[in-house]
Write a protein of this length. Structure first.
Length: 141
């Protein structure tokens, strides 16, 4: 990744006011939320010379219930309509995550700020709207 891309990303992250640290050649950890307890990951993909580069923002928000059926997964995808940025995705076998993708070349401070605000909100959306105890359509098997 180019030094210019690193500088641009770190300038954007610093502008958000949230604590962050480098987590690898192309990754950063950002602490979010009122008590900075949420640990989001920002990864830059394809940021070589001549490439626009993509910023992927990722935060696990909860566990997929063991007995979640098709209806639960449909509801999870429907909740994406309520998010202003990003969306829910199933990661691995049992993790629900908030994921957003921004094009580094066109990303401004407002866009990254909005995405990180939705990272925090997505945890509440998942817990309030997709709480296992509130879902009548989990498979009983």
């Amino acid at each position: 990744m180019s030094a210019d891309a690193v500088e641009r990303i770190e300038t954007l992250l610093a502008g958000c006011g949230a604590p962050f640290e480098r987590a690898g050649d192309q990754a950063w950890t950002v602490r979010l939320g009122a008590d900075a307890a949420l640990q989001a990951t920002v990864v830059c993909l394809n940021a070589d010379a001549g490439s626009a580069g993509l910023l992927k923002v990722y935060l696990p928000v909860g566990k997929l219930p063991e007995n979640a059926g098709v209806d639960f997964l449909k509801e999870l995808l429907r909740k994406n309509r309520t998010l202003g940025h990003g969306g829910f995705a199933v990661a691995g076998r049992d993790t629900v995550a908030f994921v957003d993708t921004l094009q580094l070349k066109h990303c401004d401070q407002g866009e990254l700020d909005a995405t990180l605000a939705w990272v925090v909100k997505s945890v509440n959306v998942f817990k309030e709207k997709l709480d296992e105890s509130k879902l009548p359509y989990l498979d009983p098997y």
